[in-house]
Design a protein around this ligand. Structure first.
Ligand code: AMP
Ligand code: ZN
Length: 141
């Protein structure tokens, strides 16, 4: 989807990026507006908006690529840990509509908050009823 998608343009080389890793399924490059030093994006070489639209061969490569690249990122930036995040869909914060996974290096006390939502405490019966509805939705699909 060249011309309409920034990440497809990076994959094709039409736009520049600081690439960390590349194979036939994925490319990993540094985020230009990082949440912490070393913040990187793992991007499948297939244009799909969401995780559900991605062929399984590409989808499964996302996580194995994290395991391969993240330890090296941490060593290079002196990170202690990292968050893995996918903003899947606009209401979830997705701005680039080509599915991608964020690796955000973390350090103790860095003050970074990756999930701001206030937590609730539903009752056990409420959780069980919701579980039943979700399992029914899976059976129906
Ligand atoms: P999301 O909100 O999950 O869609 O995240 C999009 C991410 O892409 C943001 O963290 C941006 O800083 C990053 N980004 C946007 N354009 C570029 C670019 N040309 N090169 C690298 N990262 C980018
Ligand atoms: Zn794309």
């Amino acid at each position: 989807m060249e011309g309409g998608c920034i990440f497809c343009d990076i994959i094709s080389g039409r736009l520049p990026a600081v690439k960390l890793y590349e194979d036939s399924y994925v490319v990993v490059f540094l985020d230009i507006c990082p949440a912490s030093p070393g913040h990187a994006l793992v991007v499948p070489k297939y244009h799909a908006e969401s995780l559900e639209d991605l062929p399984e061969a590409y989808r499964s490569r996302l996580l194995s690529t994290v395991a391969r690249v993240a330890p090296a990122i941490l060593r290079a930036v002196g990170g202690e840990a990292y968050n893995v995040l996918i903003n899947n869909g606009r209401p979830a914060g997705q701005e680039i509509m080509h599915v991608h996974l964020h690796i955000v290096p973390r350090r103790t006390g860095d003050g970074c908050k990756t999930l701001y939502c206030r937590r609730t405490k539903p009752g056990w019966e409420e959780l069980k009823a919701l579980g039943e509805r979700i399992r029914a939705a899976m059976r129906a699909s």
